[in-house]
Design a protein around this ligand. Structure first.
Ligand code: DX5
Ligand code: ZN
Length: 324
């Protein structure tokens, strides 16, 4: 699992299709952050790959999260199979003929991340009616159907900022995925567009190349692209970095943690090694992802400070019940 900001989703489309179990183990050992599963039905795209039964069999082989990319005409008809197969996220295409909303709702109702993918020629506006249901926007930078095609950088440039706006309802965890033609040459320009997840296929399965080194290189280049293209030269905050935003007695820590989580931001509550309270229990620390620290403080700093005051009153009352 990588440090840094960029996440690498390894596509096994160009792996040895006769030995997919080995392919998923290899990409996991190479340090990929998740596995991108290209499902094709020879109808929505001119290629045929695998379905839920293969994915379910692969699920037992590795721990990495599974991102299913459904390039099929009728995802609604088969969605239960992909949920049952253990996909962590499911992305369907905006260009399908069947209704989109019910399928996105089914994915979310199962507690998975729901996404919509766009062919290069499809405008971002096609996603607007479904924005509130999206966890993932997948920008295709090749025509879907095959690996090893050339990266369409202009398509990403035209859509990335709009995709971020479409995901702004997500206080945390909204992801822009770029899919198609990502390699050592294209990772940096893609990173400069603020992409979160980089799908990498054929570039990982080059004979004689060290796959682990390729994953590290592409991730580092993507983060460089973000650093200089979008972050004024400041290195990106690593995604798995957590910061402490408060230390409070357990009952007050619980209150604040529930309020922050209600805004869609994950909170880790840990028994701290800070202040010991009159009841013999130390304060609990609240930690949030460093990438959203400023949002958390913008929304919850006043409440946090009120609770810090309440904590003082509570301690005094415990120390001197007559003071009440
Ligand atoms: C293409 C697929 C992609 C493809 C990426 O339709 O959706 O995920 O496997 O492969 P590369 O990285 O080779 O373009
Ligand atoms: Zn894909």
């Amino acid at each position: 699992m990588g440090t840094g900001r960029a996440r690498i989703a390894a596509s096994i489309l160009d792996a040895d299709l006769g030995n997919l179990a080995n392919a998923v183990r290899r990409v996991q050992a190479a340090g990929a952050d998740r596995i991108h599963l290209d499902v094709m039905d020879a109808h929505f795209v001119p290629n045929l790959t695998f379905g839920p039964r293969t994915i379910k069999a692969l699920r037992r082989r590795v721990e990495l999260p599974f991102d299913a990319h459904l390039m099929i005409s009728e995802p609604g008809r088969y969605i239960d199979g992909y949920l049952d197969a253990g996909c962590d996220s499911i992305t369907i295409h905006a260009e399908i003929d069947e209704p989109i909303e019910p399928t996105l709702r089914a994915i979310k109702a199962a507690g998975r991340a729901a996404g919509l993918a766009l062919r290069p020629g499809t405008p971002l506006s096609a996603l607007e009616p479904f924005a509130a249901l999206l966890d993932i926007v997948m920008i295709m930078t090749v025509e879907p159907g095959f690996g090893g095609q050339s990266f369409m950088g202009d398509v990403l440039e035209a859509k990335a900022a709009g995709a971020r706006r479409l995901l702004r309802h997500k206080a945390y965890g909204g992801e822009i995925h770029v899919d198609g033609g990502i390699n050592r040459e294209t990772a940096e320009p893609a990173g400069a567009q603020g992409v979160d997840v980089f799908v990498v296929g054929s570039a990982l399965f080059v004979r004689g190349r060290d796959m682990g080194r390729e994953v590290r290189l592409i991730r580092a280049l993507a983060d460089e692209g973000y650093q200089y293209g979008m972050n004024d030269g400041v290195p990106p905050i690593p995604r798995d970095r957590m910061v402490r935003i408060a230390g409070l007695p357990k009952h007050l820590a619980k209150q604040l943690s529930v309020e922050i989580e209600a805004s869609g931001i994950p909170v880790v509550m840990l028994r701290g090694d800070g202040q010991m309270n009159p009841d013999g229990v130390r304060d609990y620390d609240l930690l949030v992802p460093a990438t959203v620290e400023s949002d958390v403080l913008a929304r919850h700093a006043t409440r946090r400070d009120d609770l810090l005051g309440e904590a003082d009153t509570w301690r005094l009352a415990l120390l001197d019940p007559d003071a009440r």
